[in-house]
Design a protein around this ligand. Structure first.
Ligand SMILES: [Zn+2]
Length: 93
């Protein structure tokens, strides 16, 4: 277990400590957990597909509904089905 110094009070604390036991300042472990944006963007590219698929599903539904009952709207249905596919691809990516 490596020790590190508290940035606030200089107390020796574990580098895995969530906070300094002496002054309560967040430790290195807490600071690393507080800003995971870099790792998130690299590891979760599927989120882009999820968002795109969701937009297509909603757009397809709105287009289909706007066309009214009884009218086949291939564009709306195509966007709806395509959106579901894209969404699922993003889910399991
Ligand atoms: Zn401290």
């Amino acid at each position: 277990m490596a020790m590190t110094q508290c940035e606030e009070c200089g107390n020796d604390i574990s580098d895995r400590a969530q906070s300094c036991p002496q002054c309560g300042a967040p430790g290195q472990a807490a600071q690393a957990a507080a800003k995971p944006q870099h790792r998130d963007k690299v590891g979760r590219t599927g989120g882009v597909y999820e968002a795109l698929g969701f937009v297509m599903i909603v757009g397809g539904m709105l287009t289909t509904m706007a066309a009214g009952p009884g009218i086949t709207n291939n564009v709306g249905i195509g966007a709806l089905v395509g959106g579901i596919v894209v969404f699922l691809v993003g889910r399991f990516k």
